[in-house]
Structures are given as C-alpha cells and as structure tokens.
Design a protein. Structure first.
Length: 404
C-alpha cells in the first residue's frame, strides 16, 4: 500500500501577529539565528552546504565527538543493550551502563558519587530545585551565569540575590543582607562560557563557609580543560570536598551528550528522590552512556589531549592579538573575538564562511547588547596548519571590514 502524505499549511491569523513582529525585529536587528547544517561528522573540518570548512566554533574541546575508540565502544554497547532506556531512571530506566558511568565519573571528579542526567541543562534543573525547596531559601547567583542556571532558579520560589560578575565583595554584601534565610545557595559558572574567565572559587568557598552557604558550580567548560587530566575547576583550585555540588555536561569535552551532578553520597541520594528531570524524563540512551564512559576512560588514561588543547589555544590567542584583535578576558581556550554590534558579528561570520571558516556569531541575549562577538572554540583536534588557515581568514576579513 502506498501512503500518501498531505502537508497542511497553517493560516497565519491575527492571534499570531506578535510572532511575526518578533521574527521581523530579530532580522532587522541582526539577531536572527541562521542555522547551518553539518553534513559530516564533527571534527576540525566539516562539510556544510557541500563545502569543506574549518570548524572554529564547536565545543568538541578534545576531538572526542568522532574518536574511533568512542565509536567502537558505542557499537559494542548497542550489540549488548540496544539503544533506548525504556523509562525514566527511577522507574525502569537505570541500566548497568548508567551505574558504570556514574562510578567512573565519581573517580574522575574525586567525589563520593555522581548522578547522570540527559543533558547539562537538565543537570542544572535537577541540581538547583531540590536545594531551594521553599520561599524561605535564598539563592546567590552571578549575573552572567548560564541560561540553564537562570531557568533552574526561575523554577523555584527562593529569594534571588544576583551579585556582580565575579565580585566576591558584592556576593558577601548580598549574603549579609540574606543571612537569616535558613538555606543559602551560591551558584556560579566555573568557566564563564561566553568570555572564558574563571569564577574566583577559593574566595567564593571562603565567604560561603563564613555565612553557612551551600556552593554549587557549573563546570561545563572546565571539565576536560582545567585541572589534572581535565578534572575541572574544583581540581584546578584544589577545592575537593569544599564545593558541595559540581554540575557537569557530557556534551563538550567528553564529545557526547548528557549531564551529571557530582556530590556527596547523601546529596546524590537526595537528588535521586527529588530531581525532577531525573524523575520525570527518560534516562540517557545506551549509545550516549557508553560513549561518555569511554571518553572519561580516555581522559583518565592520558592528558595528552588536554595539553594539546592548551598549546593550540595559546598559539591562536597570541597570533590573534598580534593581528590586533580584541580577544577579551579569557583565561581558557574559549577565545572571544570582540566585535561590538550584532550586525558586524553576523557579517564577519558570513565573510569567514566564504573563506571556508565556520565560526558562528554570538549576540544578545546570549551576551549583553553591544558585546557581540565571534566565539572561537579551539580544539585539540586542530593542527597548526588548521589554526594558521583560520588566522589568515580572520586577518583578511578583519582588514576588509576595517576592524584591524
Ligand atoms: C555553562 C553551561 N552550562 C550548561 C550548559 C548546558 O549543557 P548541555 O548542552 O549539556 O545541556 C552549557 C551548554 O551550553 C553551558 O555552557
């Protein structure tokens, strides 16, 4: 039997006028996201629109997205376990592989336990809500924290104190104001994803101890990058046991998808009872779990990729600065090329693409207005020739647009 598919079109009625207006405004202001589709595996070079382009904007820090060892581990796991988890973790979705990954991650992060979720975004939602159970609780959050932290907080009734970016004096002031709340939680990105600067964790921990506050850090851009073998920001500052919860993602340096919480046995036990994305959204799939497990093992065996990442980043940053570009305040391989207005960032990105370099523009609301940029993400998978290719394209476009 032949199935005939009929595509129905929707009538654009007045009730949706606001959608039309908003889409037009985004285009006018140069803030509309044009999505390019990747036709090849992730790696230093991609195929997009049939063209080979240098990839300078993915979070594939260590090149593990398409590592043959990871791919092989996935193939073996699928043979053994299939693909789907079949349920949420708490009903019938927790598989041996989830537990293996959690043990391996606990070893990697040097924590008592970890809990694996479907994404870093969900890990923040699962991690924040249970720590802010009622309106008497208070949260102290850096003004530049990631959207998933902001949304995690929005889902609670806690009193919000937003402190100035990386400003521990302001944090302390806010803690003084909120000292009577029975539960106080400080939440910060470890590495700020758009600027690549670090949270002052030792000072945050100190002030937290003084005011009896819980500390939670989102280590999405720290793991695989900072600390011994890429163990993350807590290891980088040698604060093991002093940060109550680390939120991790498996989608960046680990090259897969998924997220996790790393904490004490007691806190993870609590999250298993209370974390809504854990309780009400199906478990991470078999291929994702097996792939992430292999990536963590690779990272624990050798830090060669982490070292290569830092060498590449140092070289690229130095050369970009020599060309006259403003690379912001980054302390990590995240390399923002500050361009100002969103339309300039869009035009810059378009011109780079003509020169076979793929680097997406980033603008408001992802970064503040007037701070649009191209965020270059360096990878251990880039060769020196790749970086030189990228540098030449940036130089040419920078000169064409009279920015350098
Ligand atoms: C700081 C930070 N936290 C959380 C996330 C969300 O991670 P995931 O992509 O695994 O959902 C991201 C990713 O964009 C991030 O940059």
């Amino acid at each position: 039997m032949i199935l005939t598919v009929v595509f129905h079109t929707y009538k654009m009625t007045a009730k949706l006028d606001f959608v039309k207006r908003e889409l037009e405004a985004l285009k006018q202001e140069g803030r509309y996201n044009y999505i390019r589709v990747i036709e090849s595996p992730q790696g230093p070079w991609l195929t997009i629109e049939g063209k080979k382009v240098l990839n300078m904007c993915s979070n594939n820090y260590l090149g593990l997205c398409n590592d043959p060892r990871v791919v092989k581990a996935v193939q073996e796991a699928i043979e053994e376990y299939g693909v789907g988890p079949g349920a949420v973790r708490s009903i019938a979705g927790t598989m041996t592989l989830h537990r293996q990954l959690e043990s391996k991650l606990a070893e990697f992060k040097k924590t008592e336990r970890t809990l694996v979720l479907q994404s870093g975004f969900n890990a923040n939602l699962a991690g924040i809500g249970p720590l802010l159970p009622n309106a008497e609780a208070a949260v102290f959050t850096d003004e530049l924290n990631h959207a998933s932290i902001i949304d995690g907080i929005r889902l609670t009734k806690a009193k919000r104190y937003i402190y100035k970016h990386r400003d521990t004096a302001d944090l302390e002031q806010k803690l003084k104001e909120g000292k009577d709340h029975p539960i106080k939680v400080i939440i910060t990105d470890g590495v700020f994803s758009m600027d690549g600067d670090l949270a002052p964790m030792p000072e945050i921990v100190e002030v937290a101890e003084q005011y009896g506050a819980i500390v939670m850090v989102d280590d999405a851009h720290g793991e695989g990058v900072l600390g011994d073998h890429g163990r993350g920001i807590v290891d980088h500052f040698n604060l093991h046991g002093k940060v109550d919860v680390e939120v991790g993602t498996l989608s960046k340096a680990f090259g897969v998808v998924g997220g996790y919480l790393a904490a004490s046995t007691q806190l993870i036990d609590y999250y298993e009872q209370k974390g809504r994305p854990y309780l009400f959204s199906s478990a991470l799939t078999v291929p994702d779990t097996a792939a992430a497990l292999k990536s963590v093992e690779i990272l624990m065996e050798s830090d060669d990729l982490v070292r290569k990442l830092w060498d590449n980043a140092a070289y690229f940053k130095k050369e970009m600065q020599a060309l006259g570009f403003d690379t912001g305040i980054s302390e990590t391989p995240i390399t923002p090329i500050m361009l100002g207005e969103s339309k300039i960032a869009q035009e810059f990105s378009r011109k780079l693409f003509e020169k076979q370099v793929f680097a997406t523009p980033i603008f408001y609301p992802t970064v503040p207005k007037g701070k649009a940029r191209i965020r270059v993400m360096i990878s251990a998978a880039h060769s020196k020739e790749d970086l030189d290719f990228g540098l030449r394209a940036f130089e040419e476009v920078g000169k064409e647009l009279k920015l350098i």
